[in-house]
Design a protein around this ligand. Structure first.
Ligand code: TRP
Length: 402
């Protein structure tokens, strides 16, 4: 019996695994995003949708849309159809506060959500799942709550509008209408179903089994009576990394049975580790990622020492063959964070054809990331406890659609 189980697990590990707790590619290669779209049953975010976003918002779509960082969706077209007719929606995203220091990958959904909030002029709820991390990461209740508040400062530093944004910690906010929706959801999901979607097993504690409804119900406006009274039909759009999809597959499955609209999703790929796209960004290896707390010197060192290069071993060979841009991390990172499309194209051409060397590309990346991290540091230092309280206060948002 034991042996069978082990074999099964080993057979699984040669396949790609993407769920809220584990992301690993097949045989140490790259994540196959096309396969993921098929397996999850979401839709690809194509050019025509991005053009529509441009038309409806009268501004250039975010870099993350132009460059395919957000690449998949569920019913985003319906959100745009409704918006075109004058119907607004609200945004929902979140963070599991498992550590004090955020790395650049953690900022991506928040940078993108801020853009969506500004471009569409819509309200936003941000869930801090301190309960989730307490149960999964062996943190105490108190430590999880402390981390939630610390992370809230980093989130606020991304520039959200306090008149349109409600940030809440599960430990503080769950109850009332929110809890009623949780129970309604829980009654619709059998143990078998939860085991299928989330891979729970008989050895998991029952706290884990009870969690999915907590992440599901911010998708329903009636969970926030102080924000959306009488607006039970307001649609919800969730920007998230694609590993969160299982929660919202479950949510979308039960929504019609409760008489609620399904939330729409817009989903991103993962931000790669410095060591390359098959490497994992791991919290236990500080050299696999750039943190928002890194100094200019840390950033320079990490990029020079660890960023996986697609350049050739010798200058002569590099001049002859050029860099392999497919595997090159400096170019990949620049495609996330260098705003200027023409500069990026220039770098790709010159580097790909061997006229530019890895050192020069790394230097430009160091400049871009140092500036970004400095900006974040300044913004975070300006976030006071009063500001955190203001974002987290249970209150109406009078100008949320203006
Ligand atoms: N489970 C997510 C995490 O561990 C946090 C989260 C809660 C979330 N609600 C969300 C993420 C909605 C994206 C969208 O980070």
């Amino acid at each position: 019996m034991e042996v069978d189980k082990k074999d099964e697990r080993e057979a699984e590990s040669s396949e790609q695994v993407v769920n809220p707790w584990e992301v690993s590619a097949k045989d140490g290669g790259k994540i196959d995003y096309d396969k993921l779209i098929d397996k999850f049953g979401c839709q690809r975010l194509d050019e025509s949708l991005i053009d529509r976003v441009q038309r409806l918002t009268s501004r250039q779509p975010h870099v993350f849309l132009r460059r395919g960082v957000f690449f998949a969706h569920r019913d985003f077209n319906e959100i745009l159809d409704a918006y075109e007719k004058g119907d607004k929606f609200y945004l929902y995203t979140g963070r599991g506060p498992s550590s004090e220091a955020l790395h650049l990958g953690h900022l991506i959904p928040f940078m993108f959500t801020k853009y969506l909030q500004e471009a569409f002029k819509v309200p936003l709820v941000i869930q801090l799942t301190d309960d989730e991390k307490c149960m999964w990461k062996n943190l105490s209740v108190e430590e999880s709550q402390r981390l939630a508040r610390e992370n809230a400062k980093d989130i606020i530093a991304c520039g959200f509008d306090v008149t349109k944004t409600f940030i809440f910690s599960d430990f503080d906010y769950v109850g009332g209408a929110f809890y009623k929706n949780m129970v309604r959801v829980a009654k619709c999901v059998t143990l078998n179903k939860a085991m299928g979607i989330f891979g729970f097993s008989g050895e998991d504690h029952i706290g884990k089994l009870s969690f999915p409804p907590v992440q599901a119900v911010p998708s329903f406006p009636s969970s926030f009576p102080h924000l959306f009274p009488g607006k039970d039909n307001l649609r919800c759009l969730i920007p998230c990394a694609i590993d969160q999809d299982p929660y919202f597959r479950m949510t979308r499955d039960v929504a019609p049975r409760l008489g609620y609209s399904k939330p729409a999703l817009i989903e991103s790929s993962f931000f790669p580790a410095l060591q390359g796209e098959n490497g994992k960004m791991s919290a236990s290896d500080p050299n696999s990622a750039i943190y928002v707390t890194d100094t200019a010197k840390d950033i320079k060192n990490k990029i020079n020492r660890y960023a996986f290069s697609g350049g050739q071993d010798s200058v002569e060979k590099h001049r002859e063959l050029g860099a392999n841009l497919e595997v090159d991390i400096p170019v990949k990172y620049l495609s996330f964070f260098l705003e200027d499309d023409s500069e990026l194209e220039h770098i790709k051409k010159e580097y790909g054809e061997g006229r530019m060397l890895t050192g020069e590309v790394k230097k430009r990346l160091t400049e871009v990331l140092t500036e970004m991290v400095e900006r974040h540091r300044r913004a975070r230092a300006a976030v006071t406890d009063e500001m955190v309280d203001a974002f987290m206060a249970v209150r109406p948002l009078p100008s949320m659609f203006e």
